[in-house]
Design a binder for this molecule. Structure first.
Ligand SMILES: [Zn+2]
Length: 254
């Protein structure tokens, strides 16, 4: 069994004391690859070094909507030049978040559009963050001609999911799916074709039920895997194979 965590913030300081132990534990449980998206301009170098220290780590470079107020649009130009000399799997984590009221929607859109333009120019897929913003996000992807990537921690309707899948995107599901009360999200995953689903932890955030109230850890991916297997009435091996293939195909990795 070869699993991929399609979204994990391994560079966060929450892992500073035991990062290597956790990675080893995860790798010996079958989690063979970790996609680490960046959040701020400062994190690019950190993530690059992390990937140099462990070949199981794949990276994405971008500016997360949570941190736009600490950046200027010039930083998007820096991203463009950074990508000239730094190989990566995708541009990300980028997107739109209308749930967090402090994040100015107009400014978010400027950063999002600038980074989609860069992704298209570099022919890179995107790792997307969307909260209460899926329709705007989908429209922008269409306008910029982006056809590959993963919408992480997907939490929309079946219609919104279908639209993205038809455009070529995969959808990421993580800890939120593992709670018995997550009936709406579970019903959605049940309806989705197996070739559209990616597994993720978003660790150290979005703890699965096993880590509820605590730091989320790489091993939570197994709980997400088991949940998807149950919902699709399939073996964990089949779900592992599909979700790994899906992440690789979304990020153009062989
Ligand atoms: Zn994230």
């Amino acid at each position: 069994m070869k699993l991929v965590d399609s979204h994990i913030h391994l560079d966060f300081s929450a892992f500073d004391t035991d990062r290597d132990v956790l990675l080893e534990e995860a790798q010996s449980s079958g989690i063979s690859r970790f996609v680490v998206p960046s959040t701020t301009r400062d994190s690019w170098l950190r993530i690059k070094n992390l990937a140099l220290s462990n070949p199981a780590i794949l990276v994405a470079y971008g500016i997360h909507p949570y941190f736009i107020h600490a950046h200027s649009l010039n930083d998007c130009e820096s991203l463009d030049s950074w990508l000239e000399t730094h190989a990566c799997a995708a541009v990300g984590e980028i997107g739109l978040d209308y749930f967090v009221k402090e994040l100015a929607p107009g400014l978010q859109m400027e950063f999002f559009r600038a980074q989609l333009y860069i992704a298209a120019n570099h022919r890179l897929p995107v790792i997307l963050h969307a909260r209460k913003a899926l329709d705007h996000l989908t429209r922008e992807l269409k306008l910029h001609g982006i056809k590959h990537g993963i919408v992480h921690s997907f939490n929309g309707s079946y219609v919104q999911a279908k639209r993205l899948i038809d455009m070529g995107f995969k959808l990421g599901f993580g800890g939120a799916l593992t709670y018995p009360r997550a009936t709406r999200l579970q019903a959605l995953v049940k309806q989705l074709p197996l070739d559209s689903i990616c597994l993720e932890t978003d660790a150290p955030d979005q703890a699965s039920s096993r880590f509820a109230g605590k730091r989320n850890e790489p091993l939570a991916l197994l709980e997400v895997l088991e949940t998807v297997a149950k919902l699709h009435n399939a073996s964990i091996e089949i779900i592992a194979r599909h979700t790994t293939d899906n992440t690789y195909s979304a990020l153009n990795i062989c």
